[in-house]
Design a protein around this ligand. Structure first.
Ligand code: KG4
Ligand code: ZN
Length: 365
């Protein structure tokens, strides 16, 4: 079949689906979500916006390199995508025939990794003759705040709210007006919060990814033992490069006098590093909340698993009377549950895409 005919027939499928949707509003909507932006291959099924399955296959292959190796990530996605999708369908107790649409991460992320999920989603959409929905990974992280399983009682944020998205590649402060209307009001000018954790952890000779290791040691340490600088960037933006350099120079100086300095003080070092990163994040979050007069605050992204940022938010909940929302742990780090759920809201808004779509490494809102 010629490409133009293929495109036309897919467009027809989308149009037919639109009509069907209108007549079948009351029927269940099953969305398959696919996530492959970095080093997690994940597939999820949602039914009417409730998560039925969320299968996440991590890629241990990167650990020995101390960071994600893009080519190895693409290969691992190729190996894992079919078993992961199969597991998601099986756990949800449905068959491919039940699916109403397929949502996939279009970006941002590693191009080779994104291509695997995108190509797979396009092929399956074509084969099943169901619509395709492209999803911005960073917006999906925010939507993770609405993810829940059947029978799970979970409060969800009311619009408008402020979301602090903190991951390995991004740090964004987002004004969320509705599921599909989000505006970035501040972001990092250099390293992301997760990178600040991972890079300082590397200096402390902790395994990759270092964020969870810093968190663990910090729980036994004194956060005020060592003082590192916080940045003061204009408006609601963040910067972590000066902090990172300060930690490096400090460690080099101390190690010259005591070669066991890191091992002897690991808990206090981790607690002080974590304290500084959280202070930098909280300063801007508090400023934005005050200026915009918003009391509903949410977190998203891998770093929201950090116990220190969770405690800081809970404290501010008391002090400033905030309503605080943090996704369940499985929706903090990369997962397809958030992709499937965001796909569901786009499905309701009839926001489908056609088969000529391709992934994007950078994806502004
Ligand atoms: O959102 P995510 O899974 O992947 C990206 O899209 O980047 O975030 C991964 C980041 C890593 O930098 C990791 O170190 C960090 O989240 N992270 C943590 C914790 N758990 C994961 N950082 C600090 N404390 C944690 N408990
Ligand atoms: Zn992510």
């Amino acid at each position: 079949m010629k490409w133009s005919t293929l495109k036309k027939s897919h467009k027809l499928v989308n149009e037919q689906m639109l009509l069907l949707c209108r007549f079948m509003e009351t029927n269940a909507v099953y969305i398959l979500g696919i996530e492959s932006s970095c080093d997690e291959t994940s597939a999820s099924i949602t039914k009417n916006g409730v998560v039925l399955s969320n299968i996440i296959a991590s890629q241990d292959v990167h650990i020995k390199y101390g960071g994600v190796v893009p080519e190895l990530a693409s290969r691992a996605h190729q190996q894992q995508i079919i078993p992961v999708v199969h597991a998601a369908i099986t756990e949800a107790g449905i068959t491919l025939k039940n699916l109403n649409a397929i949502a996939f991460t279009r970006g941002p992320g590693l191009m080779g990794a994104l291509l695997v999920g995108c190509s797979f989603a396009k092929s399956l959409s074509l084969a099943l003759e169901i619509p395709l929905i492209e999803v911005n990974h960073m917006q999906a992280h925010i939507i993770g705040n609405f993810a829940k399983r059947d029978n799970e009682i979970k409060e969800i944020p009311e619009f408008p709210f402020l979301c602090l998205t903190i991951s390995g590649g991004h740090t964004q402060l987002v004004l969320v007006n509705s599921y599909l209307d989000m505006k970035i009001i501040g972001q990092t000018l250099d390293d992301a919060a997760g990178e600040a954790f991972d890079k300082t952890a590397k200096m402390l000779i902790l395994p990759y990814p270092g964020g969870p290791h810093i968190d663990k040691h910090a729980q036994n340490g004194n956060p005020l033992r060592y003082k590192f600088p916080t940045s003061d960037i204009a408006e609601y933006n963040f910067s972590f490069s000066g902090f990172k350099t300060a930690v490096l120079y400090f460690l080099q100086k101390e190690i010259k006098q005591d070669s066991n300095f890191i091992a002897n003080n690991i808990d206090d070092l981790c607690a002080s590093i974590q304290f500084t990163i959280i202070k930098t994040l909280m300063n801007k979050l508090k400023l934005a909340a005050e200026n915009l007069n918003i009391k509903t605050i949410a977190l998203s992204g891998g770093v929201s698993a950090n116990s220190g940022i969770r405690d800081a938010l809970m404290l501010e909940k008391e002090v400033s009377n905030w309503n605080v929302f943090i996704p369940n742990f499985e929706y903090c780090t990369d997962n397809a549950g958030m992709i499937s759920l965001y796909g569901y809201y786009k499905y309701l808004a009839k926001e489908f895409c056609d088969l000529s779509i391709s992934p994007v490494a950078r994806y502004p809102f």
